[in-house]
Design a protein around this ligand. Structure first.
Ligand code: NAD
Length: 340
């Protein structure tokens, strides 16, 4: 049985606990939150009457001696939580983003390395069937190497709370999912970014609700991102809407169920090379999906087998570097070199 303490019993903890109770061999032995009421409420809701409830992670880890910590706190508290977990020799699975600054990200990754603990991030939007299908389709070479990757994210939620007050809200709180998916789908190595942020007249956010960024993903691949969190009308999915252009064709994904590809075939019609639809194969049984559930299972398997999980911190920090590069570019008005 793998013993786990979950810290941060706010909104997202529900998704974690829903997933955790579907996994055999996993026991939540502690629930921690600065607000003890929240931890108690989750314990009642999930019938975790034997779990230790507290406001101090350190004390809960001393008391329960778990194998791992699930970190669902706000980004600003992540470094302290991570260092506490590693100090207790606990493996750590953390909500996105890995950290709230490049320095904290490096400190956390380094602390995991020194402690010899597994450290992974819930970057759940790559555990999505169509993201896996696109990666496999592009890897097959059916339309050649990808060259140009375009994502549109237009969603207009009224969250209330911290998001409406924070700086760089779209880049810092959401765009990492899209950036990580882009990097994953085309096997990119982010090299540089130019980004501009702005506040549309109707925005209900303090700063950074809308952004456009152009990334050089290395190997002749350019990724453009256009996003807004206050664009009413023609809402896109949370996964973004995608067009990926390759050497001999393109693939589009509406971010929901519609995945279409066209490949160049011999012959011309007027000015244009002929193209025809080409099938994108179904999900491969080896492809890992299921969002939080899939990531938690992979994390446990990595602990059990002594392997590195896919969303390990040492790799995820490259997606985070795309976010911080974009923020620096937006702040300075200059193109920024990305160094993870
Ligand atoms: N993967 C996704 O799709 C997704 C979606 C939404 C949010 N998130 C991420 O989940 C994380 C949590 O977001 P949320 O919406 O649940 O926030 P929230 O504010 O609802 O909950 C965070 C909880 O952490 C607690 N907390 C803060 N600092 C703490 C500390 N030092 N020790 C113990 N508890 C502490 C707070 O009291 C609060 O109850 C964030 O990193 C957010 O970016 C991920």
């Amino acid at each position: 049985m793998m013993k786990v303490v979950l810290v941060g019993c706010g909104a997202m903890s529900k998704q974690w606990l829903d997933a955790a109770r579907r996994i055999e061999g996993l026991a939540i032995v502690g629930l921690v939150d600065l607000d003890a009421e929240r931890a108690q409420a989750r314990a009642r809701e999930y019938e975790l009457s034997n779990a230790v409830i507290g406001t101090s992670l350190d004390a809960a880890l001393d008391q329960t001696k778990p194998d791992a910590v699930f970190d669902v706190v706000v980004p600003a508290a992540r470094r302290d939580v991570a260092l506490t977990a590693f100090a207790h020799n606990c493996h750590l699975l953390t909500e996105k983003p890995l950290a709230d600054s490049p320095e904290n990200a490096r400190a956390i990754v380094e602390a995991a390395r020194q402690a010899g603990c597994i450290h992974a991030v819930v970057q759940n939007r790559r555990y999505v069937a169509n993201v896996r299908r696109i990666r496999r389709f592009l890897d097959s070479g059916a339309i050649g190497q990808p060259t140009s990757i375009h994502a549109d994210f237009f969603v207009a939620p009224h969250f209330g709370g911290f998001r409406e007050e924070m700086a760089h809200v779209l880049l810092l709180d959401m765009a990492i999912h899209t950036f990580d998916a882009a990097r994953y789908m085309v096997g990119g190595e982010p090299a540089s970014v130019y980004c501009q942020e702005w506040e549309p007249a109707n925005s209900w956010y303090r700063q950074g609700s809308s952004a456009s960024a152009i990334f050089d993903l290395g190997g002749g691949k350019v990724f453009t991102y256009a996003g807004s969190w206050c664009a009413d009308g023609f809402r896109t999915s949370w996964e973004s809407a995608w067009r990926i252009v390759a050497e001999r064709g393109s693939i589009t994904w509406d971010g929901y169920d519609v995945l279409k590809a066209e490949a160049v075939v011999p012959g011309r019609e007027g000015l244009f090379d002929k193209t025809q639809p080409i099938e994108v194969p179904a999900l491969d049984p080896a492809d890992r999906v299921d969002g939080h559930l899939g990531i938690i299972k992979d994390f446990m398997q990595a602990i059990e087998t002594g392997t590195e999980p896919e969303t390990r911190g040492t790799d995820n920090i490259k997606s985070l570097a795309m976010v911080f590069g974009a923020i620096e570019s937006a702040e300075t008005g200059r193109r920024v070199v990305i160094a993870a």
